[in-house]
Write a protein that binds this ligand. Structure first.
Ligand SMILES: C[S@@+](CC[C@H](N)C(=O)[O-])C[C@H]1O[C@@H](n2cnc3c(N)ncnc32)[C@H](O)[C@@H]1O
Length: 273
């Protein structure tokens, strides 16, 4: 395994900064705690986090497995990894960040006690190949934990964002935007079993999500999605109309003090190697 050179750890900004500053604390960190809690790796375990983004699950794993453990965290986006590497170290295991594709993981076989995939499997082009490699990287008896969003009908916040994209940009753009909500729990569970994992369990969970900055804060979500570029290309009047429509649709979730209250629902898949 080879790590990234320190020179690669540049500071990323813009939409990815919003992802880390707004959506990690409100959405992705609470889900990471649920995911790692479901696996409860032993102290001193070796853990792999695939599609780590800004290190969301990797950092929870590091605290959980403690200083005698170790964490390897992989992502294909160098800017995400730069965000992760520039954070202060967590108390616990050291984390090695690797740039790479989940479909061609450069990690040894039979190496890890636990592997996590939080909101990444729906983006992987060759899911069977990726899960097959993940499977051989796990020691006999080790475990996989994966989270994927449930459908938009179970995710009212994301549904509003999707509807706004569809109304502004049309169905083709909406289909691309809907990728994060496109992999069902049964599909994921079948793919995990087909890769050779056993005792595959799928269960739906719902968590609260509270945005103190209200609709304006939620609208920062668009920036790092498939429509981020389209929005920047709109003229000011059209962009203003787009955000006005999104804010209007988010109003029913918003309290008098401007805080937005909602829930998100995802499928947790746990399996044994
Ligand atoms: C929604 S983010 C989730 C990040 C992180 N797991 C979290 O919970 O904050 C999806 C991440 O998967 C990464 N990703 C997407 N496709 C990938 C692939 N084929 N191989 C590795 N990483 C990938 C993206 O770069 C992004 O960081």
């Amino acid at each position: 395994m080879t790590g990234r050179s320190p020179a690669a750890a540049v500071t990323a900004g813009g939409p990815l900064r919003d992802y880390d500053d707004i959506f990690v604390p409100v959405l992705f960190h609470p889900w990471a705690c649920l995911l790692v809690g479901a696996l409860t790796p032993e102290p001193a375990s070796a853990a792999l986090d695939v599609g780590t983004g800004p290190g969301t699950v990797a950092r929870v794993l590091a605290a959980c497995v403690g200083p005698a453990g170790r964490v390897v965290a992989v992502d294909s986006n160098a800017d995400m990894l730069a965000l992760a590497e520039n954070k202060p170290a967590v108390a616990g295991a050291p984390i090695s960040y690797l740039e790479g594709d989940a479909g061609a993981l450069q990690v040894p076989d039979d190496e890890f006690d636990v592997v996590t995939c939080q909101q990444i499997l729906q983006f992987v082009t060759d899911l069977p190949a990726a899960l097959a490699k993940i499977r051989v990287s796990v020691k006999h008896g080790g475990r996989l934990g994966a989270l994927t969003w449930c459908a938009l009908d179970r995710n009212p916040l994301f549904r509003v964002l999707f509807d706004t994209v569809r109304d502004q940009f049309g169905s083709e753009a909406a289909e691309a935007f809907a990728k994060p909500w496109s992999l069902s729990a049964p599909e994921t569970a079948r793919a995990v079993a087909a890769a050779g994992f056993t005792d595959v369990l799928a269960r739906r969970h719902t968590l609260p999500a509270v945005f103190p900055g209200g609709p304006d804060q939620v609208c920062r979500f668009f920036g790092f999605t498939s429509v981020g570029g389209d929005l920047s290309d709109l003229d000011e009047t059209s962009r203003h109309a787009f955000y006005k429509l999104a804010r209007k649709r988010l109003a029913p979730m918003t309290a008098g003090d401007g805080t937005l209250y909602t829930t998100t629902t995802a499928a947790l898949i746990v399996a044994r190697a």
